[in-house]
Design a protein around this ligand. Structure first.
Ligand SMILES: *Cc1c(COP(=O)(O)O)cnc(C)c1O
Length: 243
C-alpha cells in the first residue's frame, strides 16, 4: 500500500489554510485573497486524489509529462485546476498548453512566443505569470531582478509578451533562495512586490494583481509581503523522495 494517509493530508491541508489566514489577518489582508497551490510533484495519483478529497482546488506540478499522466488519471468527479510551476522546456510547451489551466513559470520571451502560437492553434488563452529570478542563483530561471538597473531592459521583453494575444498576463512569480530562517526571504519578496508596482505604473494596461511567492519554508512571510498564490508541497504532503 502507498505510504501516506488521506486523513493526515487533510489535516495538514486545513492547518496550512489556517496558517495562511493567520498570516493574512496579521498583515491586514483578507485570507480569501491568498490562494493555495498544493504541489504534488513526484507524488503518485493516490496522493493527488487525497488532496482533491481534502478540498484542494489548485494542484501544482513541475514536470509536464509526469503531470499529464496524473491529469489523465484523476477522476473527473474532482474539479481541480492544474498549475504548471516548473521550468518549461521548449519541447514540452505543447503538453503545457494541452493539460494545464495556468502557468506560473513563464521565464523568457522565446517560451512566450512558442506558447502563444501553440495556444492559438488550440483556440485557447493561457493565463500566465512572469517568473523573475530574485536572487541571481544559477539554479533559478526567469528575468533577472536583483539589480534595479536591469528593470528597464526587462520592460522591453515584457512589452513584447503583452502583445501575444493568446497569453493572458496576470502577474509575477518568484522564488527566494532557501534559508533556514524565513525572515531572510523577506527582502526578496519585497523586491518582487516593488517590481509589480513598477510594472503597474509603466504598463497600466495590465492588471498586475497576482503575485505567486512562498513555499513551505517561508509562505507566511510571503503572505505578509503580498502573495496572492502560495505554492506548498512538503508542509502538506511530507518530504519528497526524489529531490
Ligand atoms: C517544489 C516547488 C514548490 C513547493 O516546495 P515545498 O518546499 O515542497 O513547499 C514550490 N514552487 C516551486 C517552483 C517548486 O518547484
Amino acid at each position: 500500500m502507498a505510504n501516506f494517509s488521506g486523513g493526515k493530508i487533510k489535516d495538514n491541508y486545513l492547518r496550512t489554510l489556517e496558517r495562511i489566514a493567520e498570516a493574512a489577518y496579521g498583515a491586514g489582508r483578507k485570507p480569501e485573497d491568498v490562494k493555495l497551490v498544493v504541489v504534488t510533484k513526484t507524488h503518485p495519483i493516490e496522493v493527488v486524489e487525497a488532496v482533491a478529497e481534502a478540498g484542494g482546488k489548485y494542484l501544482g506540478e513541475n514536470y509536464a509529462e509526469e503531470a499529464a499522466l496524473k491529469i489523465e488519471s484523476l477522476s473527473s468527479q474532482y474539479s481541480v485546476q492544474w498549475h504548471m510551476i516548473g521550468h518549461v522546456q521548449s519541447r514540452k510547451a505543447s503538453l503545457v498548453c494541452d493539460y494545464f489551466d495556468y502557468l506560473h513559470s513563464l521565464d523568457c520571451l522565446k517560451l512566450a512566443v512558442r506558447l502563444d502560437r501553440l495556444a492559438a492553434e488550440r483556440s485557447r488563452v493561457l493565463p500566465v505569470l512572469l517568473e523573475l529570478n530574485l536572487g541571481g542563483e544559477e539554479s533559478k530561471f526567469g528575468w533577472p531582478l536583483w539589480k534595479e538597473e536591469q528593470w528597464q531592459s526587462i520592460l522591453s521583453d515584457i512589452v513584447q509578451v503583452l502583445d501575444l494575444l493568446h497569453l493572458q498576463v496576470k502577474g509575477l512569480m518568484g522564488m527566494a533562495p532557501f534559508f533556514d530562517d524565513a525572515e531572510k526571504a523577506r527582502p526578496y519578496y519585497k523586491r518582487l512586490r516593488l517590481f509589480q508596482e513598477f510594472l503597474q505604473s509603466h504598463l497600466p494596461q495590465v492588471t498586475w494583481s497576482e503575485l505567486s511567492m512562498g513555499m513551505s519554508a517561508d509562505f507566511e512571510v510571503a503572505v505578509q509581503e503580498g502573495a496572492t498564490w502560495v505554492r506548498i508541497g512538503q508542509s502538506i504532503l511530507g518530504p519528497r523522495k526524489s529531490s
